[in-house]
Design a binder for this molecule. Structure first.
Ligand code: NAP
Length: 319
């Protein structure tokens, strides 16, 4: 059985690492279970690892690349003594204190870590279209990450699905490589911010297919084309693209906490606003795992700071 730590942080995006910076400076020796790369695109460092230029994080007047920003977060947390482990929690037991966190075999009798407080910052994962062929061709033309895969589509015709900021950002970035980018959106109005819309509309390489859904991805070893259906007329057509970038939003990573932490209907964790407290005393949640409203790097970071302060005060009150 491991020693009881003051604090374990689950997740290493802007929320988890901000919580790590604050709690490390407060001498709580935080252990950050930062996650592992997965086939669905999850990575240590979170969603900014899959982003290109971040233009709206204050303090960077000329913008900064997402991965570089997360490297800075990481170095800042480590500078104050936070320990980051590249592993994934497989189970948590919040029914008694200290809380148990398992890594690896969830059926192991003893937890890997014991902690007096837990900060949950597990973020959110890209949604997929759940189409025949989509999983099979993931990494072979189907992608959720323009930064990772854009380079492979030099002079190709590609499609991006979605109408939010992610889709607009991915499409704009992909025009650096692709010959043409078609944004396929299920409505005739975009959800993304005005500035991102204007940028996409002004880009000569970007065109739009409105009121349309992708219904199949065609290709044996790699994407050769996609089948698109007009949601109003039900008319189907084939679009000859070799890349399909899916950017239709995210789902919170809360599977570990089912039956233990209160969740909204959409799976996001419930916190007692304005605090980061969950329904379990000593467990705090921050970042996208509990935010279905703002979902910005800066708001995740702010709530990570709040969780750190909440955890610190909670520990003080126990003494
Ligand atoms: P989002 O805002 O939830 O947009 C998801 C888009 O995908 C919507 O247009 C939605 O259509 C569409 N969609 C959802 N399910 C679909 C399905 N099954 N089939 C086809 N289309 C589907 O998600 P997001 O774009 O990832 O953005 C999430 C948050 O991050 C937002 O707050 C955004 O502002 C922020 N963000 C900011 C930046 C930036 O500031 N640079 C960049 C990226 C993201 P409907 O519109 O019809 O619902």
């Amino acid at each position: 059985m491991s020693d009881v730590r003051d604090l374990v942080i689950l997740g290493s995006g802007p929320a988890g690492l901000t919580a790590a910076i604050y709690t490390a400076r407060a001498s709580l020796d935080p252990l950050v279970i930062e996650g592992e790369p997965s086939s669905t695109g999850d990575q240590p460092g979170g969603q900014l690892m899959l982003t290109t230029e971040v233009e709206n994080f204050p303090g960077f007047p000329h913008g900064i690349m997402g991965p570089e920003l997360m490297m800075n977060f990481r170095q800042q947390a480590e500078r104050f003594g936070a320990v980051l482990k590249t592993e994934k929690a497989s189970k948590v037991d919040l029914s008694q204190r200290p809380f148990g966190v398992w890594v690896g075999d969830p059926d192991a009798i003893e937890p890997t870590y014991l902690a007096k407080t837990l900060i949950v910052a597990t973020g959110a994962t890209s949604l997929m279209l759940d189409l025949p062929g989509e999983q099979r061709l993931l990494g072979h033309g189907v992608s959720t990450c323009a930064t990772c895969d854009g380079f492979f589509f030099r002079d190709h015709d590609i499609a991006v699905v979605g109408g939010g900021d992610s889709a607009l950002e991915e499409a704009t970035f992909l025009t650096r490589f692709a010959r043409s980018v078609t944004i396929i959106h299920r409505r005739d109005e975009l959800r993304g911010s005005r500035i991102m819309q204007d940028r996409a509309f002004a880009n000569p390489k970007i065109s739009f297919l409105w009121n349309s859904q992708v219904v199949d991805v065609i290709g044996d070893q790699a994407v050769q084309s996609i089948e698109v259906e007009n949601v109003q007329t039900k008319a189907r057509s084939t679009l000859a693209v070799t890349g399909l970038f899916v950017a239709i939003g995210h789902r919170p990573n809360t599977d570990l906490f089912v039956g233990q932490l209160d969740m909204k209907e959409n799976g996001y964790l419930v916190t007692e606003t304005p605090s980061t407290r969950t329904n379990v005393d000593g467990v705090f949640a921050c970042g996208d795992v509990q935010d279905d409203t703002y979902r910005q790097a800066i708001t995740a970071s702010g709530s990570g700071c709040a969780a750190a302060i909440d955890a610190e005060r909670w520990l003080e009150a126990q003494e």
